[in-house]
Design a protein. Sequence first.
Length: 132
Amino acid sequence: VEGYLGDTRARAVAELQDHDKSPAACLLGAFARWTGDHVTLLHDAPHGAEAIELGTQSIRRSHTDPEADFEREIAAFVSDRGLATGRKQAADMAFMLMMSSKGLLLKTRTGEEFQAGMVRIIRAATTNPAAS
């Protein structure tokens, strides 16, 4: 499990480091790798939910927290790219994006549905209403 999650995290973080893409596109790519790639496993694979739960239990036993690590990567990204005005706002935005991606994992049935939902969430999270 740790090897799989390490690979997943590496692919997600690589999306955040692509400076040729907009911040929103980087966030979308990162969450597509981190969460969206698991939509079909959860919903289509026999015993998908059980497989994810076993992975979660394995992580707890290892005393690591890859989810918290990735959330910190997201917070640093939104701060570095100027999407947040401070560390607290960046941490709050990262938390909201992480929790929203989990909701979409449960609600959507395909990677495309997941990404469509994340586009809306990222747009809402990164749009400054005062600038509109």
